[in-house]
Write a protein that binds this ligand. Structure first.
Ligand code: ZN
Length: 452
C-alpha cells in the first residue's frame, strides 16, 4: 500500500483539506479521507489535482516542434504545406529515434501535469512503405518509452489506407502510414499482446480520418474494443472535400453513418455547424481539442460555448506538441473564444464561475472517457494519478482552490507542477522527472542528427 497526504486536494465534490489518499499495490485508490493526519504518507504540501489525460498525441511530431515554422519559398503556408514537411521528416526517423523522441515527450508531459497519453499512432512502416520485420515495431516503441518514463498510455494504432475521401489513391509521402485490413489486424494482435502485461496501458483503435478509410473499413475497425478516435473537421478544405464527395460535412456524415457513442472521440471538430455540435453532444462522444496545435496550424477556433451549451464533452490533447502542458491548452482554448466573441470567462457559468477550474473539471472527465481508463478523479477505484501544484510559487501564491486553478491556467509562464504521480508511483519530484537528464541526453543526440 502507498499513501499520499495532500494539504489541499480536488475531489469529485470539491476541494478538501488534509486529504489522505491510499492506494493498493496495483496503484488503484482504495480510500480518500479528508481531515486526516499524514502519518507515514508522502506529503504533498501544495494543491493536489487529478493527473490530466492528454488525449491526442503523435509523439514523433515532438521532434518537428519549432522546426516547421520557416516560410516556404512559394509562400501561402498552411496546414497542407506543414503536412508536406511532416511527410519529408518521417523519412529520417528510425524506430530507435521514435522511441527516444517519445520518451522525451513523456517526460515533458509528466513534468507539466499530464499523467496519461493517448497515442494516435499512424507511422507504421519504413520510409518506402516496407513493413518492419515485426509489423508493430513502431507501435511497440511507444509502450517501451512508457515503460521507461512511467506515463499511462492508451495506444491507438491508426488505420490509414487512402489519400482522400473516399478511397482516393495515397500519395508517395503517405507510404509509411498505410495498411490494408489484414496487415492492420496483425498490428492490433501484437499490440493487444503487449498491453496485456502492462497495467498502465490499454488499447483502442483510430481510423485516421474520412480521407484515409472507406465507410466499410470504418465499420470494420469500429468492432475493435476500447476507445475509437478519428480526426474530423480540422480544416475547411477537408469539410469542402467531404461535402463534394458525399453531400455531407465530416461530422454530419459520421453522425449518420458511424455508431458514435461514448467510446468515440472526434479529434479537432474545428468546423462544426450548430446542428453538428448538438448532434455530436447527444451521442456521448467526446470532442478531442488540441488548441495550441490548432492555433499553430491555422486550423480555426472550436465553438466551445455552443458545444458545451448542448451538453457536449471535451478533452484536450497536445497533438503536434508545440505545447506539452495542460495549462497551455486550457489557456489557448478559453482565450481563443474571447478573441472571437469579444467577451470573457466563456467556459464558466453560475455553478462553476472560475473558467480555469471549469475547464479542468471538464477535461478530466472527458479525458478519462476518451482514453477508456479509470483516471481523472481522486476517488476510490480510480488509478492513483496525482499532480501537486506548488502553491508557494509566485504564480500561485495567495490563491486557493478554484481561484488557484485560474491563476495556474491564465497567468505566468513558469511551471508550478512540483509532483506527478502515476499509479501511486512518484515520477516527478521537485519539478523533475527521475530520469530527465538521461532521457534528454538521448533526445539531444537524436534531434541533432534529424535536423542536420
Ligand atoms: Zn492528429
Amino acid at each position: 500500500m502507498t499513501a499520499f497526504h495532500a494539504a489541499w486536494a480536488l475531489l469529485p465534490d470539491g476541494w478538501a483539506r488534509d486529504v489522505l489518499v491510499e492506494a493498493d499495490d496495483s496503484g488503484t485508490i482504495i480510500r480518500v479521507t479528508p481531515d486526516a493526519a499524514p502519518g507515514a504518507a508522502q506529503r504533498l504540501p501544495g494543491h493536489a489535482i487529478p493527473g490530466v489525460p492528454d488525449i491526442h498525441s503523435h509523439a514523433f511530431q515532438r521532434a518537428m516542434a519549432g522546426a516547421a515554422e520557416r516560410r516556404s519559398p512559394a509562400g501561402r503556408d498552411s496546414f497542407w504545406t506543414w503536412r508536406e514537411t511532416m511527410y519529408r521528416f518521417v523519412t529520417r526517423l528510425t524506430p530507435d529515434d521514435a522511441e527516444a523522441v517519445a520518451a522525451q515527450l513523456h517526460v515533458e508531459c509528466l513534468e507539466h501535469g499530464f499523467t496519461h497519453l493517448v497515442e494516435f499512432h499512424y507511422l507504421h512502416h519504413q520510409p518506402d512503405g516496407t513493413p518492419y520485420a515485426d509489423r508493430a515495431e513502431m507501435a511497440l516503441r511507444h509502450l517501451a518509452a512508457a515503460d521507461a518514463t512511467g506515463i499511462g498510455l492508451t495506444l491507438l494504432p491508426s488505420l490509414y489506407r487512402h489519400g482522400g475521401i473516399f478511397g482516393r489513391d495515397p500519395n508517395p509521402g503517405q507510404r509509411p502510414f498505410l495498411n490494408d485490413l489484414d496487415g492492420f489486424a496483425r498490428v492490433m494482435e501484437r499490440c493487444a499482446e503487449a498491453v496485456r502485461t502492462r497495467p498502465r496501458a490499454n488499447l483502442g483503435v483510430a481510423p485516421h480520418s474520412l480521407r484515409a478509410v472507406t465507410p466499410a473499413m470504418l465499420a470494420e475497425v469500429a468492432h475493435y474494443p476500447g476507445p475509437v478516435h478519428i480526426h474530423a473537421a480540422e480544416q475547411t478544405r477537408e469539410v469542402e472535400e467531404c461535402l463534394a464527395a458525399t453531400g455531407a460535412r465530416p461530422v454530419e456524415w459520421l453522425l449518420h453513418n458511424a455508431p458514435l457513442d461514448r467510446r468515440w472521440c472526434l479529434i479537432h471538430c474545428t468546423h462544426l455547424l450548430r446542428v453538428e455540435s448538438e448532434g455530436l453532444a447527444r451521442t456521448g462522444a467526446t470532442a478531442g481539442l488540441c488548441p495550441t496545435t490548432e492555433a499553430s496550424l491555422g486550423d480555426g477556433i472550436f465553438d466551445l460555448p455552443t458545444f458545451r451549451g448542448a451538453g457536449g464533452r471535451i478533452a484536450i490533447g497536445t497533438d503536434s506538441h508545440v505545447g506539452t502542458a495542460p495549462r497551455d491548452e486550457l489557456r489557448q482554448l478559453e482565450t481563443s473564444q474571447r478573441l472571437r466573441d469579444q467577451a470573457r470567462s466563456l467556459a464558466a457559468d453560475d455553478r462553476d464561475p472560475h473558467p480555469g477550474a471549469a475547464l479542468l473539471r471538464a477535461v478530466l472527465a472527458g479525458g478519462a472517457r476518451a482514453s477508456g481508463t479509470l483516471t481523472g478523479a481522486i476517488a476510490p477505484g480510480h488509478r492513483c494519478d496525482l499532480v501537486e501544484l506548488d502553491d508557494s510559487h509566485p504564480t500561485l501564491a495567495g490563491h486557493e482552490a478554484d481561484a488557484l486553478l485560474d491563476a495556474w491556467v491564465f497567468s505566468g509562464q513558469a511551471n508550478p507542477v512540483r509532483t506527478s504521480v502515476v499509479a501511486a508511483e512518484s515520477l516527478v519530484q521537485d519539478g523533475r522527472h527521475r530520469d530527465r537528464d538521461v532521457i534528454a541526453a538521448r533526445y539531444r543526440h537524436v534531434i541533432r542528427r534529424l535536423l542536420a
